[in-house]
Design a protein around this ligand. Structure first.
Ligand SMILES: [Zn+2]
Length: 469
């Protein structure tokens, strides 16, 4: 009987708070919390400041202790105990972009969906966590740990807020970030950005003028363009042979000669760097085309070498880094950016390596392969892998909490992408949505299904109770 009563009160509390949850989220969506120029006490600009202030005001009205660290980060806390568990959300958003059917900061509701930037990533789940904590507090559970909701401020553009938290504030004993659309992520590959610099020698009558591709290293580039200048007749001869060869590229390209300027491009298909097999890498395509078809009488060695190293870059085979493990699968490699400056052709790789393979080993292997070829290799950034065993108490608790509310178990998976969970120890990404959400993060017409939002409150509450008891 006790269980039934508790269940009834949980449902009736949820019904009572439903309008508040929706209006609270609408208010939050109407704030354009994209990172802006810093001001005093507002390190991420006015929009992020407003969103953080609103979250903390609401938390305080609901009876929670609140802390604001000069706008770097804030949190709300409930309960007592020496140890603390955390829900890690974020209130900043990426810019709205183009192509919206409904106003991106309007929070309009159509056919049971609330539309707006941040509805799923990550204001909706963060507001749901706040109301989960409210219902939990109303029910007055006996728990042995404190529960803290951390309001992230700079997830989308650098993790600076949460890094500050990690360095200066209490580490949770366990926690989750409701910042993925389905399942539980128990393993996230390690991330490396590596820049390769290769000198391009002058070819007598033809020289390279520019080479460019990519806007972000974590996207498979869908276009790569090289411009050559030099002797007209020589360029004409080369343009003819390239023109014949360009058709053999998977998605083709274009060769156009205008007097003494030859433009060659290869077309690719964009995809996320962690899933390179879904895309077609335009840098690789263009290097193959130029490496296999040098101008007569000379060869652009740089393109031949790059074509040998990056001809099929997806799993790093020709770089000697095609490694995999059982937990997280194969290493992936995406040449995401390319440029040519002062005689040096630079290609930056986005590498995601398996969780049991150290990043240092990957770097060593690349160096061993490329340095003898005259290529300089620089590591420009690194993110450690995350691995929490599937049978750990944290994963089990989250999985059981999901099952308790929905009657089914969530998928427990490994991914190549990095989530907010990497920023704090003992935290994993967990989607508290019964049906899962469509993956609309960073896209036009981002929305959250109102029923999924409301149901997520009880799943988050169940997870909080299991972790805090
Ligand atoms: Zn997010």
């Amino acid at each position: 009987m006790k269980g039934v009563n508790r269940d009834m009160s949980e449902k009736s509390l949820l019904e009572k708070y439903r309008p508040h949850i929706i209006s609270n989220l609408s208010e939050m969506i109407r704030i354009r919390s994209v990172e802006g120029p810093p001001e005093n006490g507002k390190p991420f600009g006015e929009g992020v400041h407003q969103a953080l202030s609103l979250a903390l005001e609401t938390s305080s009205e609901l009876g929670f202790r609140t802390v604001n660290r000069d706008g770097m980060i804030g949190y709300a806390e409930y309960g007592s105990g020496k140890e603390m568990i955390a829900v890690l959300g974020h209130l900043d958003v990426v810019p709205e972009g183009k192509g919206w059917k409904y106003p991106p900061f309007g929070a309009e509701i159509h056919e049971g969906r609330m539309y707006g930037r941040g509805t799923t990533d990550d204001k909706g789940p963060t507001i749901a966590a706040l109301w989960a904590l409210k219902i939990l507090a109303d029910e007055d559970h006996r728990l042995s740990r404190r529960i803290r909701i951390i309001f992230g401020t700079n997830e989308e553009s650098g993790f600076r807020g949460i890094r500050w938290y990690a360095a200066n504030e209490e580490t949770p004993i366990a926690g989750f970030t409701p910042d993925i659309h389905e399942g539980i992520v128990h393993a996230e590959k390690g991330g490396l950005h590596v820049k390769l610099d290769i000198p391009v020698e002058d070819q007598g009558k033809i020289f390279l003028d520019s080479f460019k591709a990519g806007e972000a290293v974590n996207i498979v580039p869908d276009m790569c363009e090289a411009v050559f200048r030099g002797d007209g007749p020589e360029l004409q001869k080369w343009a003819d042979s390239l023109g014949k060869a360009v058709g053999s590229l998977p998605l083709g390209g274009e060769v156009s000669l205008d007097g003494t300027s030859l433009v060659v491009n290869a077309i690719g298909r964009a995809a996320h760097a962690s899933l390179p097999e879904k895309g077609e890498n335009a840098i690789a395509c263009l290097c193959r085309l130029l490496g296999d078809n040098p101008p007569s009488g000379s060869s652009f060695n740089a393109f031949r070498i790059l074509s040998e190293l990056l001809g099929d870059p997806r799993f790093g085979r020709d770089l000697g880094i095609n490694m995999s493990d059982e937990v997280s699968g194969a290493l992936t490699c995406n040449p995401g950016l390319a440029s040519f400056e002062k005689g040096l052709l630079s290609v930056t790789l986005d590498i995601r390596h398996p969780v049991t393979i150290p990043g240092d080993l990957v770097i060593t292997r690349i160096r061993e392969r490329v340095e003898p070829l005259g290529i300089e290799c620089t590591e420009t950034s690194r993110a450690k892998p995350l691995h929490v065993p599937k049978d750990s108490p944290l994963i089990k608790d989250l999985s059981e909490a999901f099952h308790e509310v929905t009657g089914k178990y969530p998928e427990i998976k490994a991914i190549g992408g990095g989530t907010y969970a990497k920023a704090l120890p003992n935290v994993v990404a967990f989607a508290p949505f019964p049906a899962g959400l469509p993956d609309l993060a960073h896209q036009a017409d981002e929305y959250i299904d109102i029923e999924e939002l409301i149901s997520s409150v009880l799943i988050i509450k169940a997870a909080m109770i299991r972790l805090a008891r």
